[in-house]
Design a protein around this ligand. Structure first.
Ligand SMILES: Cc1cc2nc3c(=O)[nH]c(=O)nc-3n(C[C@H](O)[C@H](O)[C@H](O)COP(=O)(O)O)c2cc1C
Length: 332
């Protein structure tokens, strides 16, 4: 039986749901080619950060001494400009190089939290040839004076501003930490976003007990992290028409199948590719095909959302009832 793995995402017709997620993996053009050979359906680039762009813009206006001082103080907490792998101009150049190196759609990524000059980079990214843009709005509301409503309205305003500046499709990469994620997803859809990426992964700091310092820490993900994504993919499928990308905790072909059954159009993989190399994407694809054959699925679109909240034989499995049931299941 010929299997149809094709899917649509951000208005792009893709050969399969599998692609690398935003990461340094595709800084290297050999990796881009290897990912294409392994069956990637698109390439997602690492992010260009608001802080990097601000730094460059402020350097251009260095004569504004007052701003420079304020910025210098704040900038001490952020990486130095030469610690970023790609500066803003290099990033645009990298988009062109990746486009030349492969025949796949290229999804660039902008990462920021407040409307500012950086959003103009969306247009430069479009001009550099990106086929779509992923907007990562990684924000931690540490100021107790800022309400959830304000945080959500900032998200919506950034998306609106970016959308107004570009013609290419824009996906929004969200964090799971909103009190009413479904409502926010609807709002983002209402102002014209073209897709959602679930989810951003927060890197929790650790404490060094000897040095008495707070340390930034990056661990690769584990498959357990997929479950939070499965729940929200399943809840949002059917409630929003936006295509959904799963990002987080996909390590095996079984994980890929689960994400699609929950409602994902595409599945982004980072930690597993950093660990096993670009060829792992082929292993995931082959495993998915075997599973589909065993279960007699003919296409990804037939699978998609089959176990979502609206289609699941027991919707309570995704809701509060699941919480009650799970707690009762514990046996010491
Ligand atoms: C080393 C590394 C760098 C990353 N850089 C970015 C980035 O620049 N922009 C972004 O949106 N996500 C970035 N991510 C997050 C991934 O895109 C992804 O959302 C996260 O790792 C969860 O997927 P995984 O479980 O497949 O790793 C990065 C992840 C890792 C491990």
């Amino acid at each position: 039986m010929a299997l149809d793995l094709s899917t649509t995402y951000l208005g792009l017709k893709l050969s399969s749901p599998l692609m690398p997620g935003a990461s340094p993996l595709v800084d290297n053009l050999d990796h881009v080619k290897a990912l294409q050979d392994a069956g990637a359906s698109a390439i997602v680039l690492r992010s260009l950060f608001e802080e990097q762009i601000d730094r460059e813009m402020k350097a251009e206006y260095a004569h504004l001494k007052r701003h420079e001082d304020v910025f210098a103080e704040a900038a001490g907490f952020f990486p130095e400009s030469d610690e970023y792998a790609l500066g803003p101009q290099e990033y645009l150049e990298h988009i062109r190089k990746v486009k030349e190196a492969c025949q796949l759609p290229v999804i660039a990524s902008l990462n920021g939290t407040q409307i500012g000059g950086w959003v103009e980079y969306a247009n430069l990214i479009q001009q550099a040839g990106a086929d779509a843009l992923e907007l990562n709005l990684y924000y931690l509301a540490t100021d107790a004076a800022v309400s959830g409503e304000e945080v959500e309205s900032d998200v919506v305003e950034i998306v609106r501003t970016v959308k107004a500046g570009v013609k290419i499709p824009v996906a929004v990469k969200l964090s799971p930490f909103f009190s009413a994620l479904g409502h926010l997803a609807k709002e983002v859809e209402g102002i014209g976003a073209d897709g959602l990426v679930l989810f951003n992964r927060f890197y929790q700091p650790d404490i060094d007990l000897d040095a008495l310092e707070v340390l930034p820490k990056l661990d690769l993900s584990t498959p357990e992290e997929l479950r939070l994504r499965l729940r929200w993919l399943a809840i949002l499928f059917g409630q929003v028409k936006l295509p959904l990308a799963c990002s987080g905790g996909v390590h095996s072909s079984g994980d890929v199948a689960k994400a699609i059954l929950a409602g994902a159009n595409t599945v982004q993989v980072v930690s597993a590719l950093l660990k096993h190399g670009p060829a792992h994407l082929r292993t995931l694809r082959i495993g998915l095909e075997q599973w589909m054959q065993e279960k007699e699925y003919e296409s990804v679109s037939q699978m998609r959302g089959a176990l979502s909240l609206q289609n699941c034989p027991d919707p309570s499995a995704f809701e509060r009832a699941n919480y009650l049931k799970v707690l009762q299941l514990w046996k010491s």
